[in-house]
Design a protein. Structure first.
Length: 121
């Protein structure tokens, strides 16, 4: 009497394997779903900061005399985002300067801002 070597899987082993893989896959897909839903959140702050950087750089590149107050009312450089620029006289190390504040409101209502200084000479 020779012993036969077992080959393949039993039905019970196959069902247990399918259950274990299904539970693992459900966990992975749930965490992936959460990360995909929240992945759009960083887009608004990045976009707002890019708009603020562009507006601040445009103001800093102007000649000192052309950086005036008041600045025209808020603009909408990208749909849903509102940029506001304000210029305030300041003094840095005894020199006349202008503080430039740029605030950008996102479509969700959050506001991000940057500040820069321009000295008179």
């Amino acid at each position: 009497m020779s012993k036969r070597k077992q080959q393949g899987l039993t039905l019970i082993e196959l069902v247990v394997f399918i259950v274990v893989v299904s539970v693992g896959l459900a966990g992975v897909l749930t965490s992936l779903d959460l990360s995909v839903k929240s992945s759009a959140d960083p887009l608004q702050p990045k976009q707002a900061l890019a708009i603020a950087e562009a507006a601040l750089e445009a103001m800093l590149l102007k000649p000192y005399a052309d950086i005036a107050t008041p600045v025209p009312a808020g603009s909408e450089p990208v749909s849903g985002y509102v940029a506001t620029v304000s210029v305030v006289p300041a003094t840095i190390g005894g020199d006349a300067a202008k503080r430039i504040d740029v605030a950008v409101a996102t479509p969700s209502g959050l506001s991000y801002g940057l500040t820069g200084y321009r000295v008179s000479h």
